[in-house]
Design a binder for this molecule. Structure first.
Ligand SMILES: C[S@@+](CC[C@H](N)C(=O)[O-])C[C@H]1O[C@@H](n2cnc3c(N)ncnc32)[C@H](O)[C@@H]1O
Length: 352
C-alpha cells in the first residue's frame, strides 16, 4: 500500500524524503549565518540605506565580484533581509535595516562577532561536548572575558554587539518593571550602559551606577555622556567576583550570570547579596530554558545555551535552576516577568 504523502516532518506518516530533506536543510545553518557575516562585513546594508542599487552598482560600492554577490544576495533576499524592486534593484527590508552600522539596535557588530570570533571557535564544538569545557579555552587559551581584556579590537566588536542587543531589551525591561519607586539602581556588568541609560531616561528622579571591567569603563562613560546622563550615573571600574558597590535599591545582572558556571555565578550573586540591604531587589535579565520540550524547533534559549557552552563555559537555566542558584546566594525568587524579547526579568529578594 502506498503511504499518504505529507510535507510535515512532525507527521509520523511523512515520507522518508521529507525527513531526509529536513536534515539536509538543518545542515545548512551556518551557510546562512556566514552569508550574513559577509554582507555585514562589506557594508551592503549601509550602501542600500542610501537608496536602491542594482547588483553592479552594489558590487562596485562594496568591492565584490558581481556574480558572487548576486548569489549571496539571492539567498539573503529569500531569507527576508533584502527585497528586489521591478527594476532589479535591491532594497532593505525591516529586518535588513538592522545590518546597518548606525541603526539603533544594530546587529551588524553581532554578525561580525559571529563570523570572526564565534564561528572559528565553533569549529571545536566537539571538544566542548567531550570535555564540558568551552571550546574557546583552546582558541583563546583563556576565558572569553580575559581574552577581551587583552584584545581591544575584538572587545570593541563584542561590546558593540552587546549594546545592539541591549537596545530592544532595554525597551522591554523599562516597559515591564516599575523602577519609579527606586532611588539608585546598580547595573552589574552593565556593558556600555545601554540598559541603565534607558532606565534613567524613563525615571528622571533615579540615579544609576554601572560596574564594569576597567577596559569597558571608558566606552560606558562616553556613551552615558552622549546620552546626557553623566551627572546621574557613575561608572565604577571593578570585578564582580571581588565586590559590588553598596547602596542600590535594585541590582541588575543582564546577560551576566549566563556567562558563568554555577560556582562562579554564585560568587557574583553572593557579592550582590552582600551589597544589598534587606529591602533591595536583584533583577536577573536572562533567557529562561523552557520547562518541557518546545514545539516547532529549538527555543532561542536552548540555542543560546549552546553558545554559552562553546564560548564562555556558562549556561542558560530553567526557572527552577535559577531558583536554586539564587537560594545558594541567600536570595529568594519573588517573580518572573516575561517580555517580548527572548529574555525574562527574574526578580529576587534577600532571605532574611
Ligand atoms: C554578556 S555581557 C552583558 C552586558 C550588558 N549587561 C548587557 O546586557 O548588554 C557581560 C558583561 O560582563 C562584563 N564582565 C565580565 N567579567 C566581569 C568582571 N569580572 N567584573 C565586572 N564586569 C565583568 C563584561 O565586560 C560584559 O560587559
Amino acid at each position: 500500500m502506498q503511504r499518504p504523502r505529507t510535507d510535515s516532518v512532525l507527521d509520523p506518516r511523512a515520507d522518508d524524503t521529507v525527513h531526509h530533506q529536513t536534515l539536509r536543510r538543518l545542515l545548512t545553518g551556518y551557510w546562512v549565518s556566514q552569508s550574513i557575516y559577509v554582507v555585514a562585513k562589506v557594508g551592503v546594508a549601509d550602501h542600500l540605506a542610501e537608496g536602491p542599487r542594482d547588483i553592479d552598482a552594489l558590487a562596485a560600492r562594496v568591492e565584490a565580484d558581481p556574480g558572487a554577490l548576486r548569489r549571496i544576495m539571492a539567498v539573503l533576499t529569500a531569507a527576508g533581509l533584502f527585497a528586489i524592486d521591478e527594476a532589479g534593484r535591491y532594497t532593505l527590508t525591516a529586518s535588513g535595516q538592522y545590518l546597518r552600522a548606525g541603526q539603533p539596535g544594530s546587529l551588524r557588530a553581532l554578525a561580525l562577532w559571529n563570523g570572526e570570533v564565534s564561528y572559528p571557535i565553533w569549529a571545536h564544538a566537539l571538544q566542548a561536548v567531550r570535555t564540558g569545557r568551552p571550546a574557546s579555552d583552546r582558541t583563546f587559551g583563556m576565558q572569553q572575558f580575559h581574552f577581551l581584556a587583552r584584545n581591544p579590537e575584538a572587545a570593541a566588536i563584542f561590546n558593540q554587539a552587546m549594546a545592539g542587543l541591549a537596545v530592544h531589551l532595554a525597551t522591554a525591561v523599562v516597559a515591564n518593571y516599575d523602577f519609579s519607586r527606586l532611588r539608585r539602581v546598580v547595573d552589574v556588568g552593565g556593558g556600555q550602559g545601554t540598559l541603565i541609560a534607558a532606565i534613567l531616561r524613563h525615571n528622571p528622579a533615579l540615579r544609576g551606577v554601572v560596574l564594569e571591567s576597567p577596559a569597558v569603563c571608558e566606552a560606558a562613560s562616553r556613551h552615558l555622556a552622549a546620552a546626557g546622563l553623566s551627572d546621574r550615573c557613575d561608572v565604577v571600574a571593578g570585578d564582580f567576583f571581588e565586590a559590588v558597590p553598596r547602596g542600590g535599591d535594585a541590582y541588575i545582572l543582564s546577560s551576566v550570570v549566563h556567562d558563568w558556571d554555577d560556582e562562579r555565578s554564585i560568587v557574583i550573586l553572593r557579592n550582590c547579596r552582600r551589597a544589598m540591604s534587606d529591602a533591595a531587589r536583584l533583577l536577573l535579565v536572562e533567557c529562561v530554558l523552557p520547562a518541557g520540550a518546545p514545539v516547532g524547533g529549538p527555543a532561542f534559549s536552548q540555542l543560546l545555551d549552546l553558545q554559552m557552552l562553546v564560548m564562555t563555559g556558562g549556561r542558560e537555566r530553567s526557572e527552577a535552576e535559577y531558583r536554586t542558584l539564587l537560594a545558594a546566594a541567600g536570595l529568594r525568587m519573588s517573580g518572573v516577568i516575561a517580555t517580548d524579547c527572548p529574555e525574562s526579568i527574574l526578580e529576587a529578594e534577600p532571605v532574611r
